[in-house]
Design a protein. Structure first.
Length: 139
């Protein structure tokens, strides 16, 4: 009868539905010398559980708080990111202004070149006008 009870308690134990009193019964049964042969495989597990209750942690726990460097690293990363955005935009605007200046300079050079050609043509017109005046004055 007791063996049937132990097997039933083992099933409940592995289903995690046993009470504290039932677990004590299992610990008591498996701490005996004579255990049923088909239940021998569970004896080391329950022996370990009873021995584990006796163990105590004897080391000193350091109570110094750990320094949290992650917070400062994240603050530095955000600051670096904002610094990069600010000066990156300034650099980009400077490059755009330089590009606009270069393009304007090219346009003025082209305009000056064409204006120079135009003044050459005006000089020919002046000579033509002088020649025309000579012709009209002779007639």
């Amino acid at each position: 009868m007791e063996l049937d009870n132990i097997e039933r308690l083992l099933e409940k134990y592995f289903d995690a539905t046993t009470t504290v009193a039932e677990e004590k019964t299992l610990l008591t049964y498996f701490s005996q010398e004579s255990v049923a042969t088909h239940l021998e495989q569970y004896k080391p597990m329950f022996t370990y559980f009873s021995n584990a209750k006796e163990e105590k942690y004897t080391k000193q726990v350091p109570l110094k708080p750990r320094k949290n460097y992650y917070k400062w690293i994240s603050v530095a990363a955000v600051a670096l990111f904002i610094f990069g955005i600010y000066f990156g935009n300034e650099y980009q605007e400077k490059r755009e202004a330089e590009y606009a200046y270069q393009e304007t300079k090219k346009a003025f050079e082209l305009l000056a070149e064409n204006f120079g050609r135009g003044t050459e043509k005006v000089a020919y017109l002046k000579e033509f006008e002088v020649a025309k005046q000579k012709i009209y004055n002779n007639n």
